[in-house]
Design a protein around this ligand. Structure first.
Ligand SMILES: [Zn+2]
Length: 97
């Protein structure tokens, strides 16, 4: 895959995505992205965006009271492992203040 802006080859990378939920800052760490080291453009796959949105929806339901950090990879592993269980309670363990 090549950068649509400058044509250079993209490299696999990870990024921390920050969003605000009400007054709290949410950091999603280790989000897989393709980045262009030439011009700095970052490309995020649709699937990755959708998982990131799942994480944010999940956190909104939790009525968080602090800034939180979620690890993208851990969230994926846990949500896959807990599809048939009460996943919300399990996933809550991933959220660290
Ligand atoms: Zn580029």
């Amino acid at each position: 895959m090549k950068c649509v802006f400058c044509g250079h080859q993209l490299a696999k990378d990870t990024q921390t995505i920050e969003r605000r939920i009400k007054t709290h800052l949410v950091c999603v760490k280790n989000v897989p992205v393709d980045s262009c080291h030439f011009c700095g453009e970052v490309y995020v796959d649709d699937n990755i965006v959708s998982v990131t949105n799942q994480i944010l929806h999940f956190l909104k339901d939790q009525q968080i009271s602090n800034n939180v950090v979620v690890d993208f990879k851990t969230f994926l592993e846990q949500s896959a492992a807990n599809l048939n269980n009460d996943s919300k309670r399990e996933l809550h363990n991933l959220v660290t203040a």
